[in-house]
Design a protein around this ligand. Structure first.
Ligand code: AKG
Ligand code: FE2
Length: 344
């Protein structure tokens, strides 16, 4: 559970579709394909303006023209599907072991709990958290035996490039000089997670959603999905909004670090997953279980030793609302809550 999620997680109420008018779709093609520096700066500034207004509103936007090939999405979803289809005992061979300090590997249904205050059972999802090979000690501790390793590595590289581009867009959105933030991402803590959500069968209970209401811990997340199910809490409209599924379109949501950098002005959006179709609070019987859903979440995160403090242009008249925090400490603290909460 992160910043400001308490009221949001207290209710299933008021779930509506995200109005298209509130759904900025940012086309990054002009940023990626322009060759002169002047044109690139103008394209970054234009994208930055769109990102800034989205971040002051829902903390959420979509991205097209991102440079990731449609066939790569299909390949990753196919490989992830095959992995999750394996018998439990085979998946258990890749299990994550949080006690060794490496947050990498497989976790089963209920093992992660993103809303421990409301979910005694943990999230109704399974997943694999994947980190890049960082040295002789492969943090994936599976050598080449992880069947989807090759395609995950390829996606990881592509998503890292996209994250770097988005960081430049964010620097414009924040009104700070180019490359103010990029040094923090030279040795990033980025992580790619593949998730499988089994259909939730009505009646829906807050005690076990596909993924409980939470905020993300890092700078921002880049999310691909093969079916709808994600919902955002819109603090301005006091309502949960269903995020549509638009093929080959990525969803970007902010995490706690961008919110801290901006003294809380950019929203670290509370979100959750409810894998049903047509959820309707008053007529739950109308809701039907969703299909099996997969998502790929790329967490773009700074180096562990980054000290996150409010950026000067965002301090404003109210003064700093957050003390400086070392990113690694924030991460440890959040992981402790989300994994140990469901352990006996
Ligand atoms: O699967 C999704 O759509 C969201 C997953 C998520 O929010 C997370 O793992 O932090
Ligand atoms: Fe999340």
């Amino acid at each position: 559970m992160g910043l400001g999620s308490t009221t949001a997680s207290a209710s299933l109420l008021k779930v509506t579709d995200l109005p298209l008018a509130n759904l900025p779709i940012i086309n990054l093609a002009p940023v990626l394909h322009i060759s002169t520096q002047t044109d690139r700066t103008a394209a970054l500034a234009a994208a930055g303006d769109q990102v800034r207004s989205a971040c002051l509103d829902t903390g959420f936007f979509m991205v097209q023209g991102h440079g990731i090939n449609a066939t790569l999405f299909a390949d990753v979803f196919e490989a992830a599907g095959r992995f999750f289809d394996l018998p439990s005992a085979e998946k258990a061979a890749f299990a994550k072991d949080m006690t060794n300090g490496v947050n990498t590997g497989y976790f089963g249904v209920g093992e992660e709990n993103l809303d421990p205050q409301n979910q005694p059972k943990g999230d109704f999802k399974e997943g694999y958290d994947f980190n890049r090979h960082l040295g002789p000690e492969d943090p994936n501790h599976v050598g080449d035996s992880l069947p989807m390793k090759k395609v995950l590595l390829e996606y990881f590289e592509r998503a890292t490039q996209l994250g770097n581009t988005l960081l430049s867009v964010f620097e414009h959105a924040l009104g700070i000089p180019v490359d103010t933030l990029s040094p923090f991402f030279a040795e990033p803590m980025t992580m790619l997670r593949c998730l499988r959500y089994h259909p939730s069968v009505p009646p829906i209970s807050l005690s076990q959603l596909g993924c409980g209401a939470h905020t993300d811990y890092g700078a921002f997340a880049i999310l691909a999905q093969d079916a709808p199910g994600l919902q955002l809490f819109d603090h301005k409209r006091d309502s949960w909004l269903r995020v549509p599924h638009i093929p080959n379109t990525l969803i970007v949501n902010l995490g706690d670090i961008l919110s801290r950098w901006t003294n809380g002005s950019f929203v670290s959006t509370v979100h959750r997953v409810l894998n049903v179709t047509d959820y309707h609070e008053e007529q739950e019987n109308r809701s039907r279980p969703g299909k099996v859903r997969h998502s790929l979440v790329f967490f773009y995160e700074p180096a562990v030793n980054t000290v996150v403090d409010v950026l000067d242009p965002w301090v404003g008249s109210k003064g700093k609302q957050f003390p400086p925090i070392r990113f690694g400490d924030h991460l440890d603290n959040m992981y402790r809550q989300s994994y140990l909460a469901t352990k006996p």
